[in-house]
Design a protein around this ligand. Structure first.
Ligand code: KPL
Length: 291
């Protein structure tokens, strides 16, 4: 059975470690610095203390399966810190939102693939750093680019977690999640509101969400990122409904004074759109106000 090292003891990392512990799957939750030795995780009525280990307490070359659960902006730094501890053919995966870190990954580990996990699972850290589970959601994992059947390292561990499935080619899933995150996350961070508050009474889209979707969808389509038949607006409304009580990850980062993923979401969209000669003023304004 694969033993996973989960690097990043924030909301997502703690949630995955909790699910693995619950399913009796071997895993080690890692932090890069000393300080917190456990994380309180609250799931409805039950609470669990998850042990957190430090990266430098691991034996060099010992990590065979690494799941990096930091945000996009810390992903490459986390990878650099973890590299001395990786075994030669280690499997490396991440849960970060966004696009634009593949080249940095290839520069560090040219021979290896970065597997991606795209998740609708939701959890948040409160002011005491306790993690609260909001929704189990679903998580799709697979190779960033070329198609691949589920490997043993997935089937013997992560596949057993509720809501997890293998996605032979993640490109579509990543583009879809990127598109949704580009419209919901910056608006909730700017308006300091829950996902559901982007909707009007009666669950139709509010004006900000409508305008941002109208501006972004044509560019996302031309860039091959939004390939679904339906409208981006309808999909965004449906995510806002199903995650109505969530604080988006960008709102959580903004409220906690942490760097946001805007550089890997709307700023990356602007860079790609710019190469096609497209201007996206609403996206530009959000990037300027949230960077
Ligand atoms: O992925 C999310 C995020 O907050 O990053 C959504 C889907 C918007 C749910 O909150």
């Amino acid at each position: 059975m694969s033993h996973w090292h989960i690097f990043g003891a924030g909301a997502m990392g703690s949630l995955i470690a909790y699910r693995m512990q619950h399913a009796r799957l071997p895993c080690t939750l890692l932090h890069h610095h000393e300080g917190e030795s456990s994380r309180l995780l609250i799931d409805g009525q039950s609470s669990t203390q998850l042990p957190i280990h430090t990266l430098d307490a691991q034996a060099p070359g010992s990590i065979k399966r690494l799941l990096i659960t930091t945000k996009a902006g810390q992903l490459l730094d986390a990878l650099k810190l973890a590299m001395p501890y990786l075994s030669p053919n280690a499997v490396i995966a991440c849960t970060a939102n966004g696009l634009g870190f593949d080249e940095g990954f290839k520069a560090l580990l040219p021979q290896q693939n970065l597997y991606r996990a795209v998740s609708t699972a939701a959890a948040y850290r409160d002011h005491r750093a306790a993690v609260h589970v909001v929704a189990t959601g679903s998580t799709r994992m697979g190779p960033g680019k070329s198609a691949e059947d589920p490997p043993n390292w997935f089937r013997d561990s992560l596949a057993m977690l509720e809501g997890w499935c293998w996605e032979p080619c993640m490109e579509l899933a990543i583009g879809e999640k990127f598109s949704i995150n580009c419209v919901i996350n910056p608006l909730t961070a700017k308006l300091k509101c829950l996902n559901g508050q982007l909707l009007l009474l009666g669950n139709t889209a509010g004006p900000e969400l409508r305008s941002l979707c109208e501006e972004s969808e044509p560019a996302l389509k031309r860039l091959g990122l939004w390939r679904k038949h339906g409208d981006l607006l309808d999909a965004a409304v449906s995510v806002c409904r199903s995650t109505a009580k969530n604080q988006s990850s960008m709102l959580q980062d903004t409220l906690a004074g942490r760097p946001t993923e805007i550089n890997y979401l709307n700023a990356e969209l602007l860079r790609r759109a710019h190469s096609l000669g497209l201007e996206l003023p609403l996206n530009q304004a959000l990037v300027s106000s949230l960077s």
